[in-house]
Design a protein around this ligand. Sequence first.
Ligand code: NAD
Length: 484
Amino acid sequence: MVSRVIPVDDFDLVIFGGTGDLARRKILPGLYLRALAGQVPPDARVIGAARAENTDEEFRALVAEAIEEFVPAARRDPEAIAAFLSRLSYVAIDATGDSGWPRLKALMRPDVVQAFYFSVAPSLFGALAERLNTQNIAGPQARIVVEKPFGRDLASARALNATLAAHFDESQIYRIDHYLGKETVQNLMAVRFANILFEPLWKSEYVDHVQITVAETVGVAGRGAYYDKSGAMRDMVQNHMMQLLCLIAMEPPYHFDPNAVRDEKLKVIRALDPVPAQDIVRGQYLAGGGEGSYLADVENPASTTESYIALKVAISNWRWKGTPFYLRTGKRLRARESEIAITFREPPHSIFDDASGWKENVLVIRLQPDEGMNMKVMIKDPGPGGMRLVQVPLDMSYAEALGDAHDDAPDAYERLIMDVIRGNQTLFMRGDEVEAAWAWTDPIIEGWETRGDRPQPYDPGTSGPEDALMLMHRDGRRWREIKS
Ligand code: NAD
């Protein structure tokens, strides 16, 4: 299978924070890979902008190192790298100062797509947006790309939206949630809306419950100061897991169009019930402290921030009333694994005398590792002995099914940056969506803060705190195993 690459329009892309960690690890290697794939027009340029004084040559050397470090050897082509580096230039700019802007303006071409990637702390978004306007750099077709975190509660997200809206129209603002750029996450929409097979069953009448798991093996060492102010709820649930939940729960949009898709996601978020305290379990690895503990990683001996959270979420609409969505995510768990499991209900009546082997149908969508789908179905246990049932998987690995096309698929950042150039906002969060997600999240966080709840301890390498098991056991259900 051959992967198709559709070239995008000519562009100038400015990366504010072009020397930072995200630019080095994701944005610049991603752009190189798109250029390697032949998607980037010959004249398109990338301009790094950050506080430090660097020459173009110094910036190119930094990007060459980043490609060396973050692009797999098989895709490091010396000619393509040289050609990519020749597209780069650098401007020293302090977001809050006035120098550097005239040089940036002189570098920008007015007749091509202009994109400005704000890969800097959110506290600088306002200053950048304002200067792009007052210095007359951004044309009417300009796009800005902003990174997470988009606020830390409803009030700050609203303030951020208002700041950006003072200078840019919503159609020019691209809020990144890199989960939405993952092939498998986009595939959720294809599976649901390009097959008639699932839709008739996709409702509470047939779906017993949904589990969404994002498990990581890493802790927070190295980024403890940032993480400790955030925690699993703000870092994962309010954004990434919320998006997964929306893609599973939303109604079919009338068209695969940015606003049609985002309208449907917004309706799901607005239909989420408040979550009572008994439906929330927070954990912290080795809470209590000591070597390897969360407290040691964040260097705050009194921190009550959660590195794990499990929640039972209810969606109050016609489709999902009565079908709980269980979400869980955490650090230092047994394995790195992200999946969505849709468990169907029992048949209304069994015609078999011995249905002892019966188990529910489960559709598992694996996001990582080994992306794919697995449908657990019942068949007859082969051989003599009457009609005994056994559950078997109908298993599909994207890597096996799609071969090279899967291996060469762009990673989330590559895909999303090209979407910005194309002007397609489908996979970016709209301002009202982010605000609705915070409106649901805020009371949950305020609840545990007011109660003074402390996170439960759990051991690294496990599947999280004991109480999280109870969250499902008391409903007569169980979590799927996190497999190492
Ligand atoms: P970083 O600290 O590594 O880099 C910050 C960049 O901003 C540097 O290039 C620095 O020179 C520049 N900068 C700082 N102050 C400036 C100023 N006043 N004017 C102009 N430039 C200035 O940060 P990072 O990890 O690259 O993160 C950038 C943004 O991306 C943040 O909003 C972060 O939350 C977000 N983000 C990062 C990651 C990641 O993996 N690093 C993941 C998701 C989101």
